[in-house]
Design a binder for this molecule. Structure first.
Ligand SMILES: Nc1ncnc2c1ncn2[C@@H]1O[C@H](COP(=O)(O)OP(=O)(O)OP(=O)(O)O)[C@@H](O)[C@H]1O
Length: 361
């Protein structure tokens, strides 16, 4: 089960189908109210807050459901906001509306008080954007592309070479800097796209799956750079399929379902809200075969009423205790008794189920 499927299941079990109105959802309602209060027409501010006010999008003229059904949220300076959702939830459409690639059917956004509709060029000048699909001029080298983007972003001529150098090094593109980017691997294209979004330090950066296909070392380097930029006050809006990436970077997550934002919060908050209890991993004595596994399963099922078998093979069982009220004391006591009495359990561990485990295992 992937991250989005997991979140989808949790959110749907709480809020019903994607067509359900957001009414009654405290997580989102509070934020929507704040955006409404903060959204003052024409009020410029020194801080590059992103305010997104009731954005909707309907594609084409045929009677089809809205792709985005009224999304509102706020991103503060130095904040990294993660937008999550299953395929088709409306994330890319939301990104496209916020970056001026498609015109919203309804609603408006503002950055530092510049409105996306009435002050379009000032609004867009605050933004860096790494779209989901690479959009490169394939006959140019990384050096040339970054010089072009740096110039467009207003990096002074005297600093341009050092700024390009900085991003080439940060993204690990040294070796390829003078090669045409059409020849790059998928991962290197993503790195260059991300550098294009970040060069010149725009106050707000939209990154649509920036590290898909990027090798682990470069991904770490990029995360470190993004954390550094956040500390300097740059804001980031991100979509990702990696829970690890969200945990490393995002201060808050918003979960989109069927074109609507269903809940928002930081990872500990969401985890606490949707968490499923504890994890018990058991190492069985070797050589017992299928019989030992079945015996262990029987004992676990009679000891715990709310338990789900997540994985089982040869000498290993992985359980999730879904009832959050089962105490650590009870679990340890029970497992110790089973270990002593059954003589088939060699060892075990009990831990709080991590978000990563819930999502990916
Ligand atoms: N250009 C378009 N014309 C018509 N419908 C579209 C268009 N782009 C997206 N849609 C529809 O809008 C809905 C939202 O799509 P969107 O691409 O925004 O979702 P997403 O959450 O970004 O998904 P993914 O993770 O697959 O990119 C989907 O039902 C999709 O089919």
């Amino acid at each position: 089960m992937g991250l989005f499927e997991w979140l989808w299941e949790k959110v749907m079990s709480r809020f019903g189908s994607g067509d359900t109105a957001v009414t009654g959802n405290d997580d989102v309602d509070g934020e929507v109210r704040r955006v409404g209060e903060n959204f003052k027409e024409g009020a410029q501010s020194a801080t590059p807050d992103l305010l997104v006010n009731n954005l909707k999008k309907k594609y084409g003229i045929l009677p089809k459901p809205l792709a985005v059904k009224g999304v509102s949220f706020q991103v503060k300076p130095g904040e990294c906001f993660g937008l999550l959702g299953v395929n088709g939830a409306g994330k890319t459409t939301t990104f496209k509306m916020l970056t001026g690639a498609v015109v919203p059917t309804h609603g408006v956004a503002s950055i530092a008080g510049y409105r996306s509709d009435k002050q379009r060029s000032q609004y867009l000048s605050q933004i860096g954007y790494c779209p989901q699909h690479d959009a490169l001029i394939e006959s140019l080298t990384a050096n040339e592309v970054l010089k072009m983007y740096g110039s467009l972003r207003g990096v002074p001529k005297i600093q341009l070479n050092s700024e390009v150098e900085r991003w080439i090094n940060m993204m690990g593109l040294r070796e390829y800097r003078n090669k045409k980017c059409g020849m790059y691997s998928g991962g290197n294209k993503r790195k260059l796209m991300t550098a294009m979004a970040l060069i010149g330090n725009p106050p707000l950066v939209f990154l649509d799956e920036p590290t898909s296909g990027v090798d682990p070392l470069s991904r770490r380097n990029l995360w470190n750079s993004l954390i550094m930029l956040q500390k300097m006050g740059q804001s980031i809006v991100l979509t990702s399929h990696s829970m690890e990436e969200c945990e490393a970077l995002c201060n808050r997550l918003g979960i989109m379902v069927g074109g609507q934002l269903m809940c928002m919060g930081n990872i500990p908050y969401l985890k606490n809200k949707y968490k499923q209890g504890s994890t018990i991993k058991i190492k069985l004595r070797a050589g017992g075969g299928e019989e030992t596994i079945e015996k262990a399963k029987e004992k676990m099922e009679s000891a715990f009423s709310t338990i789900i078998l997540k994985d089982a093979h040869e000498t290993f069982l992985h359980y999730q205790v879904t009832d959050r009220n089962v105490s650590w004391g009870y679990m340890f006591e029970t497992m110790e008794t089973l270990k002593k009495e059954s003589e088939i359990i060699e060892d075990y561990t009990i831990s709080e189920t991590t978000l990563e485990e819930e999502v990916f295992h």
